[in-house]
Design a protein around this ligand. Structure first.
Ligand SMILES: Cc1cc2nc3c(=O)[nH]c(=O)nc-3n(C[C@H](O)[C@H](O)[C@H](O)COP(=O)(O)O)c2cc1C
Length: 250
């Protein structure tokens, strides 16, 4: 009986496979596809590339002391281009990046962020949250928002629009914008720039100051530039959990 069940299961699987193949063929006919452009490397080259990438990114640190040294716009454009190519729900690309270098706007953003952060550190945040932030040495003052040459504000598009103006649902918006932001940070670091992921709480003032529509929600400011000559980072942030605590191979 067990044997028959296995045979039956196999036939069912083959039938299901055939149906799936037919369905895939129809999909490819209705929605055109193109050959994948895939770069394959010899195994040793793969190991070298993975190691080099890991070594580079393992040296990324969140920086809070910035220099005002200018950074050319094309580097920021390249980093945003990397972010735009991130995987995302249904390829709706539910994001918008606003790159700010204008000193007047940066001053405005700093003033608004500091007003919120003053309230946050002054009692709006829970004791537990403030305790968690202590080892990082952060407070309400955010001079980097004016000093650093670039503030890249990442907006999550909560919903989009069809060409006829109807509202279009977006999918996996937090995941998609989170991955895109990771790509952005990785590219900026890889290019040789220092970054800070800054999330003033709350940050709705960003949409108002930057003239973004109501369907976009700011999720972070990526501060980018050169580090100050005397920049330091908290030891607390350098200490990462060992792989055995955060990785499982099965
Ligand atoms: C979603 C998110 C929000 C963050 N918000 C802030 C922030 O508002 N201010 C700040 O100084 N750092 C912020 N950080 C940076 C973290 O404190 C930092 O990534 C963490 O301490 C680890 O340090 P590392 O980035 O150097 O590895 C944020 C990071 C993330 C991912």
């Amino acid at each position: 009986m067990g044997r028959n069940r296995v045979l039956g299961g196999g036939a069912d699987l083959r039938l299901a496979d055939d149906r799936a193949a037919g369905h895939k063929q129809r999909m490819k006919r209705d929605f055109p596809h193109q050959p994948l452009q895939f770069r394959e490397y010899p195994l040793e080259e793969m190991r070298r590339r993975a190691r080099a990438f890991a070594d580079d990114l393992n040296h990324r640190r969140t920086v809070r002391d910035f220099s005002d040294r200018p950074v050319p716009r094309d580097l920021i454009e390249t980093a945003i281009e990397t972010a735009r190519h991130a995987p995302n729900g249904a390829n709706h690309q539910p994001w918008h990046f606003v790159a700010v270098s204008d000193p007047t706007l940066k001053r405005k953003i700093r003033a608004a962020a500091e007003a919120e952060e003053k309230a946050f550190y002054g009692g709006r945040a829970s004791e537990e949250w403030l305790e968690a932030l202590k080892p990082l040495g952060t407070d309400w003052e955010k001079p980097f928002l004016e000093i650093a040459p670039w503030l890249i504000v990442v907006f999550a598009e909560q919903w989009g629009h069809w060409p006829d103006g109807r509202r279009r649902k977006n999918y996996y918006v937090p995941e998609s914008t989170g991955i895109a932001s990771g790509f952005l940070l990785a590219c900026l670091h890889h290019a040789g720039l220092a970054t800070l992921t800054h999330t003033p709480n709350p940050m709705s003032f960003l949409g108002e100051n930057l003239g973004r529509p109501k369907n976009e929600k700011p999720i972070m400011i990526v501060v980018a530039g050169y580090p100050a000559a005397d920049a330091v980072v908290p030891i607390h942030a350098v200490q990462k959990k060992p792989a055995r605590d955060v990785v499982t191979f099965l």
